[in-house]
Design a protein around this ligand. Structure first.
Ligand SMILES: Cc1cc2nc3c(=O)[nH]c(=O)nc-3n(C[C@H](O)[C@H](O)[C@H](O)COP(=O)(O)OP(=O)(O)OC[C@H]3O[C@@H](n4cnc5c(N)ncnc54)[C@H](O)[C@@H]3O)c2cc1C
Length: 432
């Protein structure tokens, strides 16, 4: 036995090993990627996001703004949202992607979504194996156009049985395509929420389509098309950038289409393949949301840890009070939970022979609700300072709030995950 007081430290457990991202062991390459992305997130993304957050929506997209400076720096550094590579097995790639996107979310969630939206048409063209579209979308700022003024959550309704009993058919929305003679002709407008809408050069549209027999099938469910559209075509107009709460570094706004014509070969999914295509595209987005909001929550936790080691109340640092330690413990548990779930969703979506956006929608709900709880509690630990623009918390709180509506509103996604579970039960896949 060691003598009391002498060498006592050596018989107590030391601090555990942790990575930048907490309680896990990364491979050498993973750690190198994480460190490189963290440097970019810390030195470029975070200061840019804070500066852009203070601007009006018009100022964000004005020539020479910090937004454009950020996009140019990201492009020049070869920083990409899509880590696709033929050389890396899908499971490893999914983890690498999760590591990268978490760092982006740590840097700035709005800019992370802007990078994601920018890469989205190109990612989907690669998935479809359409080389012409891969080249057409490469190096351009992209956007994903799914929601419209009258078709928000309804665009996420994959099955006729989800429709309300009083609705004879689905919702066509305000942006539709007519497909005939080898062409796709697009008319109408998107919602004001399209990420990168005001700055995008190319978009992937997921919209209702008429193949010559009307917009609806025999079950009253809409037909659809996923199509890539260059936004410099005649008939395309960009709307004004949207003033909003949260993710202010992300330009959002409407896109208008007046008889915009593209060849059918620009479609990524078409006819009977549409709903599968849309489901697959949406799964990709849901996975990314979980990963990047893990980064935001980690940033909130770290800011809170820093603050409680500076602020004294009750005769001690906040960090020395047990109640504060308990609150920090709850926050840290949530961040660990989010990361584990986001990685699980990424791996499942990369490997599953039949992935599903109602599952990734469910994981998105967990991650974004937990991110909001962590940001809220971090703000609370700052006391009154949490509410002022001089401290970082009110921005993170606003950014976290937006994510509970983005990429599917959370109550609705919860309902969809529940619906999916009832279908799995009926299909004998659970409960047997
Ligand atoms: C930061 C951010 C980024 C976004 N980026 C994009 C983008 O890149 N591209 C894009 O196309 N869109 C984008 N959106 C739009 C987003 O996908 C929609 O806002 C979201 O899907 C909800 O649609 P909505 O706003 O029309 O709400 P609504 O669908 O009108 O929902 C309003 C309320 O009604 C409830 N509700 C709706 N339907 C039902 C139902 N059937 N049963 C019960 N309750 C229901 C919902 O739960 C919700 O609380 C973005 C939004 C945000 C906030």
């Amino acid at each position: 036995m060691t003598q009391q007081g002498k060498g006592a430290a050596s018989v107590r457990p030391g601090l555990p090993f942790v990575e930048q991202s907490g309680f896990e062991i990364l491979g050498e390459e993973e750690r190198a990627v994480q460190q490189a992305m963290h440097k970019f997130a810390r030195e470029v993304m975070r200061p840019a996001g804070i500066a852009i957050d203070k601007l009006s929506a018009d100022e964000v997209i004005a020539q020479g703004s910090p937004y454009w400076e950020f996009m140019a720096t990201a492009a020049a550094s070869g920083i990409e949202f899509d880590a696709a590579s033929d050389d890396v097995p899908p499971q490893e790639l999914a983890k690498l992607q999760a590591i990268v996107v978490e760092e982006f979310g740590w840097g700035d969630a709005g800019l992370a979504v802007s990078l994601a939206g920018a890469a989205f048409p190109n990612m989907m063209a690669k998935r479809a194996g359409n080389q012409e579209l891969v080249e057409l979308t490469a190096g351009k700022i992209g956007a994903w156009v799914a929601t419209q003024p009258d078709r928000g959550s309804d665009g996420t309704m994959l099955y006729p049985a989800e429709r309300h009993a009083l609705a004879p058919q689905g919702n066509k929305g305000n942006l539709t395509a007519k497909i005939s003679g080898g062409d796709i002709v697009i008319n109408g407008q998107s919602s004001a929420w399209v990420s990168n809408g005001p700055v995008a050069q190319v978009a992937i549209l997921s919209i209702v389509a008429d193949y010559g027999d009307g917009y609806f099938d025999s079950e009253g469910h809409p037909h659809g098309v996923e199509v890539v559209v260059p936004l410099d075509l005649p008939g395309v107009t960009h709307g004004k950038p949207l003033e909003k709460l949260g993710k202010r570094a992300l330009p959002q706004g409407e896109l208008f289409f007046d008889d915009v014509k593209v060849p059918v070969r620009y479609a990524v999914s078409l006819g009977d393949d549409y709903w599968h295509g849309h489901a697959s595209t949406w799964s990709t987005a849901g996975v990314a949301m979980g990963e990047l909001m893990t980064g935001l929550a980690r940033a909130a936790l770290e800011y809170a840890l820093e603050y409680v080691h500076e602020r004294r109340q009750g005769g001690a640092l906040l960090a020395e009070h047990q109640m504060v330690q308990s609150r920090l413990g709850a926050m840290a548990r949530k961040v660990e939970t989010m990361r584990a779930l986001a990685r699980r969703a990424a791996e499942y979506t990369a490997l599953s022979p039949a992935k599903h956006p109602y599952y990734t929608g469910g994981t998105k709900v967990t991650c974004t609700d937990l991110a909001f709880e962590v940001a809220d509690e971090a703000l609370q630990l700052f006391g009154g300072n949490g509410l002022t623009r001089e401290y970082p918390m009110e921005k993170l709180f606003r950014d976290a709030r937006a994510a509970r509506i983005e990429d599917g509103e959370n109550h609705l996604l919860n309902m969809k995950f529940g619906y999916l579970n009832t279908q799995l039960y009926k299909g004998g896949r659970v409960g047997s």
